[in-house]
Structure formats: structure tokens, C-alpha cells
Design a protein around this ligand. Structure first.
Ligand code: ZN
Length: 220
């Protein structure tokens, strides 16, 4: 496959995942963003600034090199370009990044509460979801706050306080799945905590699930 066809294929994948997120209600309006690394290349495709996930097209997606050089375009890359580029620079395993302001998860992030990994799926697939505070000036998180957390190679997802979610992965779809699991987990956690509070049941008394591997090690 020649280089141009590969770029168009990656663009079409990104457009499809962006539409999926919009259709799932993970992101409305022009917020949120996603990007993918081009195969064997030091460049990425990223959503443009001010364009909704449902309006991404081959004509408005941005190609940016990891040194920050932006291919000429009448659009501008997402304003979160800085942290996308930095995550690709520090983690060879990251091939795609999604960032949304999905409402259930962002509700937890606005309350300053980490989303607990409650279900068997979240324990196995995510493990932990660090909550990254706002920048020291109180503005949105940048690579200065985000990259140190992702230097831990086990971290594949994070919450941004007062802001939203980040999922990373070996493909756009694997990053997307993490963003979907985070949103689903926040919803489950809210239902669980509401039910426990209504029945005066302390969550400390509930059984704790470990990974299948851990369960095997302990002979359970
Ligand atoms: Zn954002």
C-alpha cells in the first residue's frame, strides 16, 4: 500500500471512531479530540480545533510531525496537540489517543473523585485510572501534568480533574474501548454508590475482585 493510501486509511479509521463517540454521547459539541500515529512515521493525524467529532473529514483532519511541525492547512490542530505529541514521544507503545468530556466520568472528575475500578472488566483491562489535577495556574491539563503520569507503562487511561478522560492504545479502537469502559464504569459506580447509600450499606464490607492471574496465584 502506498503512503497516501495508508494516510487515507488511518484518516477513515479516525473519522469512524469519532462518529462512534458522537453517536454514543461520549462527546457533543466541538470538544474532545483524538489522534493516531501514522505507521512507521514520526507524524500523527489529529482532529482539528473547533470541529465536532461528527464533522471530522478527510478535508479537515490535521497531519502534524512529532517535532511540532504542522502540515499546511486552512484548519488548526486541536488545542490539546501538545499533550498528544508528548505522549507519542515518551511512549513507543502508544499508537492512538482519545480524549473526551464524557458526562458520567467527567462528573466524578469535577467532584475530585477518582473512578473506582469496580468490575471484573475494569480490573482486567485498565487496573487503575489516575486522576490528574488541573495545571498549577488552574487551567486545563497540559503535557506537564499528563506526561509524568503516563511514564508508568502500565497506565493506559486517566481522568483529568474538572475536564474529562484520556484513553491510549495500540490502535484507535483499543484507545476508544478504554474511554467507553471508563464512562460505563463511572455510571456503574454512581448507581452502586446511590444504592449503597440508600440502604446504609458500607462499601468497605463488599468483596474485592482481583485479576484472574491474582486469583490463580492465591488458589481462589
Ligand atoms: Zn478537553
Amino acid at each position: 500500500m502506498n503512503e497516501n493510501r495508508k494516510i487515507l486509511q488511518r484518516m477513515d479509521e479516525l473519522i469512524s471512531v469519532a462518529k462512534r463517540s458522537f453517536n454514543l454521547g461520549l462527546q457533543t459539541n466541538a470538544g474532545g479530540n483524538l489522534s493516531v500515529r501514522l505507521d512507521n512515521s514520526d507524524s500523527i493525524i489529529i482532529k482539528p480545533s473547533g470541529i465536532g467529532l461528527n464533522e471530522c473529514s478527510r478535508d479537515n483532519l490535521q497531519i502534524v510531525h512529532l517535532d511540532g511541525t504542522i502540515e499546511p492547512s486552512s484548519y488548526r490542530p486541536s488545542k490539546d496537540l501538545g499533550f498528544h505529541l508528548d505522549l507519542y514521544r515518551i511512549r513507543d507503545d502508544i499508537q492512538a489517543i482519545v480524549h473526551y468530556h464524557s458526562p458520567w466520568a467527567t462528573g466524578y472528575a469535577c467532584a475530585g473523585l477518582p473512578i473506582p475500578c469496580l468490575t471484573v472488566q475494569t480490573i482486567e483491562k485498565i487496573g487503575r485510572i489516575p486522576l490528574i489535577p488541573l495545571s498549577p495556574q488552574g487551567g486545563p491539563q497540559t503535557e506537564r501534568e499528563i506526561s509524568p503520569v503516563f511514564r508508568d507503562l502500565k497506565v493506559m487511561a486517566a481522568m483529568l480533574a474538572n475536564h474529562g478522560t484520556i484513553g491510549v492504545g495500540k490502535s484507535l479502537m483499543s484507545a476508544q474501548y478504554l474511554a467507553e469502559i471508563i464512562e460505563e464504569t463511572a455510571h456503574i459506580a454512581f448507581v452502586r454508590d446511590t444504592l449503597l447509600a440508600a440502604r446504609n450499606i458500607p462499601s468497605a464490607d463488599l468483596p474485592k475482585y482481583g485479576t484472574s492471574a491474582e486469583a490463580g496465584q492465591t488458589g481462589k
